[in-house]
Ligand binder design. Structure first.
Ligand SMILES: [Zn+2]
Ligand SMILES: [Zn+2]
Length: 150
């Protein structure tokens, strides 16, 4: 099932939710701020067309890389590199290349930053586009799900 991670508008904590078209509100565990959400049956089927938080249709995808694990691995490799003459850093680089490239992807809403994991139509989501990001975030432009054509 699609997993959704909303960033609390009030305190910045992340809130994990599963799509449920009967639910219309999501409360932040930390600050109790209530967010309006609009889930559809499409969301329940794992298809992402419209953001349940801000109703926008513009998303980008990126590697779902666990930052904490990444940082921990780097620290270990850096410490080991004293004895391995840097070899452990090369190993880490290769690991990243072969292992993490195959990791699952996460789709992210340009407008509100909500994360969507485990979605079925990930192939339709485009990579991050700087120009789209700037126009959506700074000029509040709505691309309505159409990627920028150059
Ligand atoms: Zn909060
Ligand atoms: Zn959104």
């Amino acid at each position: 099932m699609m997993e959704i991670q909303i960033t609390c508008k009030n305190c910045g904590s992340s809130i994990d939710v599963l799509p449920d078209h009967l639910a219309s509100k999501v409360e932040c565990d930390i600050c109790k701020h209530v967010h309006e959400v609009k889930f559809t049956e499409e969301h329940e089927q794992g298809i992402l067309k419209e953001c349940p938080v801000c109703s926008r249709m513009d998303f980008y995808k990126q590697k779902d890389f666990n930052r904490k694990i990444g940082v921990a691995l780097f620290v270990i490799a850096a410490i080991l590199s004293i004895w391995t003459y840097g070899l452990s850093l090369v190993v880490l680089y290769l690991l990243d290349l072969f292992l993490f490239r195959k990791l699952a992807m996460v789709a992210i809403c340009y407008k509100c930053g909500t994360n969507f994991r485990n979605i079925k139509n990930m192939a339709e989501i485009h990579d991050f586009d700087h120009e789209m990001h700037d126009r959506i975030v700074y000029s509040d432009h709505d691309f309505k799900g159409k990627p920028l054509s150059h």
